[in-house]
Design a protein around this ligand. Structure first.
Ligand code: SF4
Length: 859
């Protein structure tokens, strides 16, 4: 069964063969390759933590009861307070068919523009930048341009981790044709470690960088005057504004800056790939245009091997853009003009169609908190964790009279819902997705959804029918929705809208089932036809630190996805980055009295988090980094969303997730701990905790506290609660207040269910392997105290798994480099096989090579 990976915007084709996942050799995005996340998709098909039944106020109900309640709640709210009192918050995880009916329901029939999605956090600035430059949200190139480029520039894109299969294509272009790779990023990321040139731009220094480049291109005669005259407008004004930028605004040392400019000027075939480091900024839209400007000025666009190229974060952010899933869009690339509104109103038969854009994500939750939005449906996303000001978002959800959440798993957001609907997930529902390169692929169902879970499109249509809109939502299935979506793209389209897939408007159900991936529109745009705008953009003013001396950057880890609802339960995917932590430069750490592994309090004007320090020379001085993934489900004190404020791009409304002002301080550790359990237990309390899943369905939580433990009668109850003790469980306890040691085992029917070890410092905790052994004992019988006594060993130095595919750890790699004098990642691959399967770890291999002393260099 062929389907599509549900993670990133590369959109790789996947084949399920006898329960085994492999890459689809025929898919144009990946030609059979998969990264480690895609390769482990089968491991995520575990139903143990899934939502299975609809519920109201936590009580299981029938689908009819839940859907009636939602329909009557939305209808009553609209009747009492008007259409703008309701809202829908969707997701780039939606399939296009889910998205299409959600947008039609809210904009067309509920009569409000208040539908937005977590794509607002991902690529809204690219949408705004594309529309300013091209007049439509168009990606002008193709993945094949990466294969055919001579210079590949990545801006704010750690593709080696976040779009690994595309990064492999870039490495292949270097191997095949000598293409050079440049990474523009404040951090020395895994991508930068593999690049020919790393340009460590200061945060939000990208506009100045591309302004200096534009000026240099003009000064050195690289402007394509003929192309500019035929296809663009605005160059003179853009150049005048760009001339205001100074080299020092980039934050880049002159030799590196000049090197970048020289390479760019001298290379005709240049592709600029950009992603969240560009989008998630107060100046994201301007950054997008600064990048597009240099391609338009040189005519390096719309031809093989060249052009600006947005890498979308989510699997179907592009599909959402095609159906108008953002508050400021209409379906099928229609605009909020009287003519387009009339066209859509007629096509849908929707007299209530909203006439204006709705609230964007941040504004939507602010309106909820202020009481203006009184009913909201949140689908396939977890804003209680992922939105900026997450504490405020939770308050908004608590204040909203009707919160409906449809999702596959329980999350921090479902905990705030009045009505929870169980959603079918990947492998359980049918539809289409569009990747970063405009390629539409099928996701196909190959297994039954657990319990009563249903696809999102079905739930939305059922609610719409119950609100009296049955004629417009009587779809037999996703194929029927796709036909209408395709027909709308061609309806009244005289060629003024490039998005047109109306050739599929009469596709049969059987043809839809068999639909092969196809790319809509032309392979490339703005080469020989079309007109585009070169937009004058100015670098933003620097934000004063006001006592917050660091800039907090946030982002992804290699093997995790979003808020870990799927990937956080696969042991292999946490072996390379096993706990929440804060990266900072060693000299900053020394100046603040912080050592590796120390707890650090990170404070912003919006909240605080406490994380262990990771000292990384690849950080710029004055900048810190934390991964976005850890939530309250998987950690305590490590969730990052609460630190980020409301700053956003003024054009796109996209939040600035990568440049929050922060202060840091070392926190003295009063105790350390480790808890291991068979059941999933959410670590709740005022301490640091970070959970990893283990083989065999076990979970391990590392703990550290800054408040002293109180050795008294309450300690055992607190510890048992932390372990999620069942009432029937027997407790085996050991307490030594004098040495600050406490140990607890919970046994049920002879088997160890959970254990907790607390000590004054981590070095006194048992080795993880010793803990694993405790859980292999089939019946603890009479010797139960032994589980808490001699078996504990001093913890061994932690050895990180780098190549998860071939099980090669960092220690093994360093030993091989030293012993065998290995010099590059190809040699590492030959000797250890590291990096030879999915390739996701090549950046780390390069970094380890660079930081491991060679024998002849040791004096
Ligand atoms: S590169 Fe992206 S789409 Fe491809 S397998 Fe990896 S996560 Fe999935």
């Amino acid at each position: 069964m062929k389907t599509t990976c549900p993670y990133c915007g590369v959109g790789c084709g996947v084949e399920m063969v006898g329960g085994v996942v492999r890459g689809d050799a025929d898919h144009p995005a990946n030609a059979g390759k998969l990264c480690i996340k895609g390769s482990t998709l089968a491991d995520t098909l575990d139903d143990s933590n899934r939502l299975r039944s609809p519920s109201i106020d936590g009580v299981k109900v029938s689908w009819d009861r839940a859907l009636d309640k939602i329909a009557s709640g939305f209808a009553a709210t609209i009747a009492a307070h008007g259409p703008d009192s309701v809202a829908f918050y969707g997701s780039g995880q939606f399939l296009t068919e889910d998205y299409y009916v959600a947008n039609k329901f809210i904009k067309g029939f509920a009569g409000t523009g208040n539908i937005d999605t977590n794509s607002r956090l991902c690529m809204a600035s690219t949408v705004a930048g594309h529309i300013r430059a091209f007049g439509e949200d168009i990606v002008p190139g193709s993945y094949e341009d990466i294969d055919e480029a001579d210079l590949i520039v990545l801006v704010g894109a750690n593709a080696a981790w976040c779009h690994p299969i595309l990064f492999e294509r870039a490495l292949a272009a270097r191997a095949a044709r000598g293409a050079r790779i440049v990474v523009v990023d404040p951090r020395r990321t895994a991508s930068a470690a593999l690049a020919d040139l790393h340009v460590p731009v200061r945060p939000d220094g990208d506009i100045a960088l591309f302004a200096r480049l534009l000026v240099a291109l003009a000064a050195r005669g690289h402007v394509d005057e003929g192309y500019v005259a035929r296809h663009t407008g605005g160059l003179a004004q853009a150049l005048a504004v760009a001339a205001e930028a100074r080299d020092e605004d980039t934050g880049v040392e002159p030799p590196i800056l000049n090197n970048f400019i020289d390479w760019f000027c001298a290379t005709e075939r240049v592709v600029t790939l950009f992603s969240q480091g560009v989008n998630q900024s107060v100046s994201g839209t301007d950054k997008v245009n600064a990048i597009i400007n240099v391609h338009l000025a040189t005519g390096r666009i719309g031809r093989p091997g060249m052009g600006p190229f947005s890498l979308t974060g989510q699997p179907n952010a592009m599909g959402g853009r095609e159906v108008g899933g953002l508050a400021n869009q209409l379906a099928a690339h229609l605009r909020f003009t009287p003519a387009d509104l009339a066209l859509l109103r007629g096509f849908w038969g929707a007299p209530n169609l909203t006439g204006r854009p709705g609230l964007k994500a941040l504004d939507m939750f602010e309106a909820m908190l202020a009481g203006r939005i009184k009913a909201v449906w949140i689908a396939a996303t977890n804003p209680a964790e992922s939105m900026p000001q997450s504490a405020k978002v939770r308050a908004a959800l608590a204040a909203c009279p009707l919160v409906v959440v449809s999702d596959c798993w329980p999350t921090a957001t479902t905990r705030h819902a009045k009505i929870v609907l169980p959603a079918a997930g990947w492998g359980e529902k049918d539809g289409t997705v569009t990747n970063s390169a405009r390629t539409i692929s099928r996701q196909r169902a190959f297994r039954a959804a657990p319990g009563e879970a249903k696809p999102d499109w079905w739930m939305i249509c059922e609610v719409a029918k119950r609100m009296g809109f049955g004629a417009a939502f009587n779809f037999a299935g996703p194929a029927a929705i796709f036909r209408e979506h395709a027909a709308l793209s061609g309806h009244g389209n005289d060629g003024s809208r490039l998005f047109d897939i109306s050739q599929h408007a009469s596709i049969s159900d059987a043809e839809y089932d068999a639909l092969a991936p196809f790319t809509w529109g032309e392979k490339r745009y703005f080469g020989a036809a079309g007109r585009a705008n070169i937009v004058p953009v100015r670098a933003p003013a620097r934000v004063p630190d006001r006592g917050f001396g660091f800039i907090l950057n946030t982002g992804r880890l290699r093997d995790q996805w979003h808020t870990m609802t799927r990937t956080g339960f696969v042991p292999k995917l946490l072996e390379s980055g096993g706990q929440a932590q804060l990266a900072l430069h060693p000299e900053d750490a020394e100046a603040c009295g912080i050592g590796a592994g120390d707890l650090v309090r990170v404070t912003t004007r919006h909240g605080e988090a406490i994380l262990p320090a990771s000292l990384e020379a690849g950080q710029r001085r004055g900048e810190i980094f934390a991964a976005m993934h850890w939530t309250d489900e998987h950690s305590a004190a490590g969730s990052i969303g609460r630190l980020i404020g409301p700053a956003r791009d003024r054009h796109s409304g996209q939040p600035a997730l990568k440049s929050e002002r922060a202060a840091i301080a070392r926190v003295a550790v009063a105790w350390a701990g480790v808890m291991q359990s068979r059941a999933f237990v959410r670590p709740v309390g005022r301490f640091f905790a970070s959970r990893v899943p283990l083989e065999g369905g076990l979970h391990r939580v590392s703990l550290a506290g800054w408040r002293p433990l109180h050795f008294g009668p309450g300690l055992a109850d607190w510890a048992a609660g932390l372990c999620g003790a069942a009432a029937a469980a027997e407790r085996i306890e050991f307490s030594d207040a004098g040495r600050g040691m406490f140990r607890l085992g919970l046994v049920q029917e002879g088997r160890l269910q959970a254990c907790l070890f607390l000590a004054p410092k981590a070095a006194l905790l048992p080795d993880p392997a010793a803990l694993d052994l405790l859980f292999t004992v089939p019946d603890w019988g009479q010797d139960r105290a032994a589980m808490l006594l001699a078996r504990a060993q001093p913890a061994a130095a932690r050895d990180r798994m780098v190549c998860v595919c071939h099980r090669v750890s960092e220690a093994k790699i360093r030993a091989a480099i030293t012993a065998q004098n290995l010099r590059d990642i190809n040699e590492l691959g030959r000797v250890l096989k590291a990096g030879t399967n999915c390739g996701s770890c090549k950046g780390e291999l390069a970094a380890i090579l660079q930081s491991t002393s060679m024998p002849e260099l040791v004096t």
